[in-house]
Write a protein that binds this ligand. Structure first.
Ligand code: PEP
Length: 250
């Protein structure tokens, strides 16, 4: 089965509203007949305006997080219906920064995945080990428990196009990317786990993105691996030329 490649940009807590709209426009205009999916995830504040700027373009829009309730007295949160109404089709869930700074657990990631699916959003679920865990040879165990926790209770036909992102924590924002071999091995493990937990069709059809210091210079080596279906890009997605350079390397 051929899986369509995807390059996704996570803008994190960067860019004002005007800067976000400008960057989205540069990305949309810079794409020339790209035969892959391209997605950007601006701040919640900029979602609607970026969605308006991207209307009619091929660039997809994602939120960086959602709360699992649909509405209510949850100060500071946004829900699946709210981000969908703002134009998002996808949502990043379980990013390591959310696990590190905001108490995200396997359980809360699972609640968000379920809320995304119920709300018609495609979840982009991030998993990955820390350096200490890799050094203790715990990478596979960590990936397994993050996946099992966040996808608990779901059956193969519930997954709604789920996308996974393997993001080793030691490679995020550090300038130290996983080697192509390390990425491919981790992706192969995740794919085997999908087969064991769901079935072959899910394993073969689920896109697994690599994230962690992807730049135009290292993108081709990482993205040409057989198990790597694209990239989730942080820092280099904040500059249109770099982001487009990664897209061109696919
Ligand atoms: C990320 O935040 O998902 C990420 C991969 O960041 P960076 O590309 O900056 O390492």
């Amino acid at each position: 089965m051929t899986r369509r490649k995807m390059v996704a940009g996570n803008w994190k807590m960067h860019k004002t509203l005007a800067e976000s709209v400008d960057l989205a426009g540069r990305v949309a205009e810079g794409l020339k007949d790209a035969d892959l999916d391209v997605l950007v995830a601006p701040t919640a504040l900029a979602l609607a305006a970026v969605g308006t700027r991207l209307a009619g373009s091929m660039v997809l829009l994602a939120a960086q997080n959602i709360f699992w309730e649909e509405q209510g007295a949850y100060t500071g949160e946004v829900s699946a219906p709210l981000v969908r109404a703002a134009g998002a089709s996808h949502v990043i869930i379980g990013h390591s920064e959310r696990r590190q700074y905001f108490g995200e657990s396997e359980k809360t990631a699972g609640l968000r995945v379920a809320a995304a699916l119920a709300g018609g959003l495609v979840p982009i679920l991030c998993v990955g080990e820390t350096l200490a865990e890799r050094q203790k040879d715990q990478t596979q165990g960590v990936l397994e428990s993050q996946l099992a926790g966040a996808l608990a209770g779901l059956a193969a036909n519930d997954l709604g196009g789920l996308i996974l992102a393997y993001e080793p924590v030691w490679a995020i924002g550090t300038g130290v990317n996983a080697s192509a071999q390390q990425a491919n091995e981790a992706h192969a493990f995740i794919r085997a786990w999908l087969d064991y937990r769901f079935d072959k069709e899910v394993a073969n059809g689920t896109r697994i993105l690599y994230g962690g210091s992807v730049k135009p210079a290292n993108a081709a080596g990482l993205l040409n691996q057989s198990e790597v279906d694209g990239a989730l890009v942080g820092g280099a997605s904040l500059n249109a030329a770099d982001f487009l350079g990664i897209i061109q390397a696919v």
